[in-house]
Write a protein that binds this ligand. Structure first.
Ligand code: NDP
Length: 327
């Protein structure tokens, strides 16, 4: 199936409905060689947005992506690349959303990614210690300077996004365009609940993360933690620990029931879970993660699974999930 392209909120930018990110994988599981193969595979499938952040592998994720972009030599006008600012280091000036750190982090990301501008630049979390006006002005100024095309937020509350818009309007600054929230079958509160009014009100776009809930929605954890999987990595033990909680067990039980439903439909839970995210028209792009080429192949094939998601199937999924937020 051909790639779909969706407008990023009310901007003129068309992003591929599936995109590719590097959290956990780049450096931990993916070196330059595999990174090059994965990015080429993604690009050849029509993916045009590659997601990164200053904090991923403490800069090494952006360094790998920068070397790969340089080597592949794609035309700069044929793809989008992002970074995110918040956690740049241990020192007080190296974190948060002060004007200083927003600028320093942007310049450092440009160097690591070996590009002249970022297409998307996100405030990775809200910063309660920096006045909203300072952050909005800093992001807006980077846009004015041509170092950033569009700026947005990640995991901000709806009222914080609304405040950023109010400040931007008041001072004639560029408002945030997009939010990067977690969204998947098991995590729906922000995208379907909290943000419900923002899509119309501000033309908010979304670049959603962890569509497979770090792999739970592949079914790979249904019977324990497989060797080499994300939850088996020593530095991501905290993810594995979550599986042991009551909430974690309930999620695994849902994954088991969804695995059976996917089998009945003649598809895999992985593809069903990604297609389910794509089904939501307020999702501009679903950021995929993959540690292997075979995973990326399957995940991209989820585009064709979208046609299975009629009202009847969506209702059967809803019955298993039983977590629809009040809009
Ligand atoms: P997913 O929930 O889709 O998890 C991806 C992981 O699941 C892979 O790395 C792989 O892990 C496993 N997997 C993927 N496909 C398959 C498959 N077909 N079969 C079996 N296992 C599979 O997404 P991520 O959590 O990786 O998030 C995607 C992107 O979103 C990130 O790269 C990042 O760009 C962004 N993100 C943003 C955040 C934010 O705060 N803004 C937070 C988190 C992510 P393995 O092989 O190791 O088991």
């Amino acid at each position: 199936t051909d790639m779909q392209y969706r407008k990023l909120g009310n901007s003129g930018l068309f992003v591929s409905a599936l995109s590719f990110g590097s959290w956990v994988t780049f450096k931990n599981q993916v070196d330059d060689n595999l990174g090059e193969r994965l990015m080429k595979q993604a690009y050849d499938a029509g993916i045009n947005f590659f997601d990164n952040a200053e904090v991923y592998a403490a800069g090494d994720s952006e360094r790998i992506m920068g070397r790969v972009l340089n080597k592949l030599g794609w035309r700069r006008d044929s793809f989008c690349v992002s970074s995110k600012v918040f956690w740049g280091g241990e020192k007080p000036t190296q974190r948060g959303l002060s004007r200083k750190h927003v600028f320093d982090a942007c310049h450092a990301a440009l160097r690591r990614l070996q590009v002249n501008y970022l297409d998307l630049y996100f405030c990775h979390r809200p910063d309660i210690h920096t006045p909203m006006e300072e952050t909005v002005r800093a992001m807006s100024d980077l846009v004015q300077q041509g170092k950033v095309m569009y700026w947005g937020t990640s995991e901000w509350r709806a009222d914080q996004i609304a405040t950023a818009h109010a400040v931007a309007r008041q001072y004639n600054l560029v408002p945030p365009l997009m939010e990067q929230p977690q969204y998947n079958m098991l995590e729906r509160t922000k995208v379907e609940g909290d943000y419900a009014l923002l899509y119309d009100q501000f033309g908010l776009g979304t670049t959603i993360w962890s569509p497979l809930a770090s792999g739970i929605l592949t079914g790979k954890y249904n019977d324990g933690i497989p060797e080499g999987s994300r939850m088996s990595l020593s530095n991501f033990q905290w993810l594995a620990d979550r599986l042991e909680t009551e909430e974690g067990k309930a999620r695994l039980e849902k994954a088991r029931r969804l695995t059976a439903l996917a089998g009945e439909l003649g598809t895999s839970l992985t593809k069903l879970a990604i297609a389910w995210c794509l089904k939501n028209p307020n999702v501009s792009t679903v950021i995929l993660g993959a540690s292997k080429e075979s995973q990326l192949t399957e995940n991209i094939a989820a585009l064709a699974t979208l046609s299975l998601l009629g009202d009847d199937v969506m209702e059967r999924i809803e019955t298993i999930l039983a977590n629809k937020p009040d809009a």
